[in-house]
Design a protein around this ligand. Sequence first.
Ligand SMILES: Nc1nc2c(ncn2[C@@H]2O[C@H](COP(=O)(O)OP(=O)(O)OP(=O)(O)O)[C@@H](O)[C@H]2O)c(=O)[nH]1
Ligand SMILES: [Mg+2]
Length: 356
Amino acid sequence: MKAGISGLLYSGKTTIFNALKAKSSQEEETQSAKRKSQELFTAKVKDPRLNELDNLFPGRKIVYPELVFVDIPTRQKDNVEKPDFLLLRDQDVIIEVVRFFEREDVLHTEGSIDPKRDIALFEEILINEDLAAVIERITRVETELKKGRKENQKEFDVLTKCRATLENKKPLRTLGLSLDEEKLIRGFKYLSLKPIVRVVNSGEEKKQPDIEKLKNELSTQELSCIPFYGRLELEMEELTDEALKADFLKDLGVALSGAEIFIKQIYDNTGLITFFTVGDEITRGWAIIKSTKAPQAGGKIHTDIERGFIKAEIIEYGKFIEARSFNAAKQKGYLRQEDKDYVIQDGDIVNIKFSV
Ligand SMILES: Nc1nc2c(ncn2[C@@H]2O[C@H](COP(=O)(O)OP(=O)(O)OP(=O)(O)O)[C@@H](O)[C@H]2O)c(=O)[nH]1
Ligand SMILES: [Mg+2]
């Protein structure tokens, strides 16, 4: 699951990326990322349910669900700031970094600190980019329809809805597309359709009351945000003396959340959930977006599983822990057979039957 760290120019994206990376004990860089010279690292999401499963099946390897954080640069050209759209399209969820630190020597293109305005500005950037892409696609599909290619009608209808939404300056994620509709346009990776979470990158001069005030302001527009002291978190990571660190933060009057809680908040705010697989050798958690159906969830494990999906055997996490084994769970009637339309629930223990 890829989480792109994006936002306006100099909002502190790279700072937050580095703070998270420094805290991640198990960082790895994939070969493909190196080739593309992307800045990314993999964070393990320490879900305590995996430790519980480890107690039931000791001796197996535990693999935590993973979030791949990608640092997405924003560049200014002809007075317009633009994130690297190509890279951003490739992300499953967007972490938008919003500047909430005062610093004279760091430029703000709008000239002042105003998170509410900046969130609207970034939304507008995503919407405009999507609108251009949608219009381009509509032109193509129209040509096909004129040639008598009726199979394009459904896509055309969905795109028309999308265009109207974007022209009304609303992001596509507000449109509530059905899964079938979403599938028709999935390939275009529209930006404003992706789950988004706003991280308010707070400077050390911002204290709890400032953050509460901001949260209240944003909530009037039904916006939520996660506060994070990007630079402070990064600096504290470089201090090894825990007592000194605690004293320093106490004097400053600031409490840090730390990477683990932060990652959990990102999970909760972007609608990510975890399902589990229990194999002979590996017990593993997998991150997926809420409302993912069984075959697509299987596709996270292997594309063959999605392609050759037959059925999914599901046991709820709580029931599995109560039963303490597959056999006991079966005997108690906890094991359910589900078909391709089943929506995976958080904590499901999943075993997919497939054939290719
Ligand atoms: N005081 C303070 N400075 C910060 C904070 N976060 C970032 N900065 C500073 O702001 C500047 C820009 O931060 P970056 O993390 O490079 O910002 P960015 O969003 O990655 O910038 P681009 O990728 O160029 O758009 C750097 O000098 C940071 O040290 C913060 O929380 N407090
Ligand atoms: Mg940067």
